[in-house]
Ligand binder design. Structure first.
Ligand code: ATP
Ligand code: MG
Length: 430
């Protein structure tokens, strides 16, 4: 039987993982600068957590959930997104308590699961960096978090990612807009996709987020929420725009953007980039002031985003970003003969304990083959261990590029390898 990975999943192979680690390292550093701390939540939760959070008519719930019944008869889902879990953890662990400093700023790096039709940039298991900031409502929070995503892209050196923003206003604004949208869509009902015909009555804003070509055509001329904002919602959106201007962050207003999840209000945003003439949303998020209360916590304003790591990697690779992969090796130990095997095992352990990066030969190959491997590994220094070295305790270490050799003993190396290692770099006097 030929075993294959499930459809829509990917292996991140050893030769590729350095790229991931680079994206992760910079994310961790940038999020830390903004005082976000990491949260880790279970990979699976009760189905209801996600169905209630993201909305019964969202794509995630209607089509994409990876759910199953466990042996105890519980309805479980692999997490399709991070916000619901973060909010659940916030409420369950009472992070709303007055003694916990507000805002609570958390980030995560986690795989997400969605039963989608796999294609480029769309997997069934994918990864997100996400951030959530709970407990304070201020347009400066919205802008700080948008600025953080922007700072992250700049740190990585990826370019051409444009920020799209919109507002969904408050409940009152959305209600007024909902009616106007239904009135606009009804005459086109027959032209809409089957999904959107259903959404039209249950949740008409969802129609704006459809990817079906027939729906896209209809919503092209749909009214915009921006014409239905009440004064408070309009002011909030103005404040956000002014703060973005103050930071010189460019944006375009995407007046019919709604985003895929139901819990948003006021500011929503996406970072969009074109790769191979295809538009990719790399990061999306917004404000969700009612979700904590919806999960039986106290009324708590919140803002966050999710950033698709596979998509970011596609962008970074297309833009030939230097991932600064560590392809160095301090020492390669060439091993000849069975007797040297024990000593080699001890030697590499000692060197690693002294914080040198070390590889050795395990296969008793010809010395020339071992030296070739040292070359491939980019080893700086070679130590050759054979019967003679083991017997006398004397070894010579050789710089692989300059060919300079230094004589020392195994005992000296076990004591401290640094002096001999450094001696290899001292220029010869003539
Ligand atoms: P889309 O409109 O592309 O389906 P979405 O609105 O479902 O995206 P979000 O739920 O906001 O996406 O997730 C945040 C980010 O996660 C997206 O902007 C994208 O970069 C990434 N993402 C979402 N779904 C997938 C997937 N199936 N495969 C890879 N990345 C994904
Ligand atoms: Mg989606």
């Amino acid at each position: 039987m030929k075993l294959q990975k499930p459809k829509g999943t990917a292996d991140i192979l050893p030769q590729d993982s350095a790229k991931w680690q680079y994206l992760e390292e910079i994310a961790r550093a940038v999020f830390n600068d903004y005082n976000f701390k990491e949260i880790r939540t279970p990979m699976f939760e009760s189905y209801e957590l996600f169905s209630r959070a993201t909305g019964e008519t969202s794509d995630i719930v209607t089509k994409e959930m990876y759910d199953f019944e466990d042996k105890g008869g519980r309805h479980i889902a692999l997490r399709p997104e991070g916000t619901a879990s973060a909010v659940r953890a916030y409420v369950e662990n009472k992070l709303y308590a007055p003694e916990v400093l507000k805002p609570v700023k958390m980030w995560y790096n986690a795989s997400m699961f969605r039963y989608e039709r796999p294609q480029s940039g769309r997997l069934r298991e994918f990864h997100q960096f996400g951030v959530e900031c709970l407990g304070v409502k201020n347009p400066a929070v919205d802008v700080e978090i948008i600025a953080m995503a922007d700072a992250y892209f700049r740190q990585l050196g990826v370019s051409g990612i444009s920020l799209h923003i919109n507002t969904l206003g408050d409940m009152e604004s959305r209600k007024a807009y909902r009616e106007a949208l239904i009135a606009y869509l009804l005459p086109f009902e027959a032209e809409l996709s089957e999904d959107s015909r259903r959404r039209l009555h249950e949740n008409p804003l969802r129609v704006l987020d459809s990817k079906e070509p027939e729906d896209i055509k209809v919503v092209e001329n749909a009214p915009s929420i921006l014409d239905y904002l009440n004064e408070a919602s309009e002011k909030y959106f103005d404040d956000v725009k002014n703060l973005l201007n103050a930071l010189n962050i460019d944006y375009v207003i995407d007046k019919n953007m709604v985003r895929g999840l139901d819990y948003y209000n006021d500011t929503i945003f996406e970072f969009i980039v074109t790769v191979d003439r295809k538009e990719l949303t790399v990061c999306g998020g917004g404000r969700y002031d009612s979700l904590v209360e919806y999960f039986d916590g106290p009324a708590t304003p919140a803002f966050g985003f999710g950033l698709g790591v596979e998509r970011l990697l596609m962008v970074a690779q297309a833009q030939e970003i230097d991932f600064m992969e560590d392809e160095s090796m301090d020492v390669y130990v060439a091993v000849m003969g069975d007797a040297a095997n024990v000593e080699a095992t001890k030697l590499v352990e000692s060197l690693r304990a002294q914080a040198f990066k070390v590889e050795r030969d395990f296969s008793n190959r010809k010395l020339t083959a071992q030296f070739k491997t040292a070359e491939k590994l980019n080893a700086e220094v070679i130590i050759t261990l054979g019967d003679n070295e083991v017997k006398t305790g004397n070894v010579s270490i050789k710089h692989n590029k300059t060919r300079k050799e230094v004589k020392t003993t195994l005992d000296a190396i076990y004591d401290s390898f640094a002096p001999a290692f450094e001696e290899l770099y001292v220029e010869e006097e003539f």
